[in-house]
Design a protein. Structure first.
Length: 204
């Protein structure tokens, strides 16, 4: 067995649609955040796109990749780094539109669809619901299964520090924090989870 140090589990964030650019910047800087996943804000298309464009630029300037949920067209329009998709059809469209320049992540419901996405060029696969409502035991089981068999990085969605610790121990390459509390409470949780991820080694 190699004595090389394994790369640590890193953070991703699922951003609420109405999040301000200022809060997003503070959240990204609160820990070792590799990427964020954002959804198109509610409201008129022009105003929503303007807000998303500002949010994208702010997140990128803070040092994280900016991914748009399910909308390759919007991702391109706001100069995002890529897209996160949750369906097989959406994934195929995203691969055609975004690759090879951008990131395409997959959050499929079934193991079969997830394996196909991994084989078709997904940059990561994600287990759990982006709103944080998924059952931890099921997400942990999927993360453990994937980490043992596949090379494509996997992400587990968590809402608490203990959930994040469990997913990192199960072998997740990234933990995506969802349903974050607003403002400085969100920053505090991100910082605490970041410290835990730095200390947690995957179970052999």
């Amino acid at each position: 067995m190699s004595s090389d140090v394994l790369p640590r589990c890193r953070l991703m964030l699922v951003l609420p649609p109405a999040l301000s650019a200022e809060t997003a910047q503070a959240w990204v800087k609160a820990g070792d955040v590799a990427a964020v996943i954002a959804t198109l804000p509610a409201g008129g298309e022009v105003a929503a796109m303007d807000r998303l464009r500002t949010l994208c630029a702010t997140v990128q300037e803070a040092g994280a990749a900016f991914l748009v949920e399910d909308r390759p067209d919007v991702a391109s329009a706001v100069k995002a780094d890529g897209v996160h998709v949750a369906s097989a059809n959406g994934f195929a469209r995203a691969i055609a539109a975004i690759k090879p320049q951008g990131i395409v992540g997959a959050g499929m419901d079934s193991r079969h669809d997830t394996m196909e996405a991994g084989e078709a060029g997904a940059d990561y696969v994600l287990f759990g619901d982006l709103d944080g409502s998924g059952e931890l035991a099921a997400v942990t089981d999927l993360v453990s299964w994937w980490a043992e068999v596949f090379e494509v990085p996997c992400v587990g969605v968590a809402t608490t520090l203990e959930d994040a610790r469990e997913l990192a121990a199960a072998g997740a390459d990234f933990v995506a924090l969802a349903a974050l509390p607003s403002g400085t409470d969100g920053s505090a949780l991100i910082a605490a989870v970041d410290r835990v991820l730095a200390e947690t080694e995957p179970r052999s």
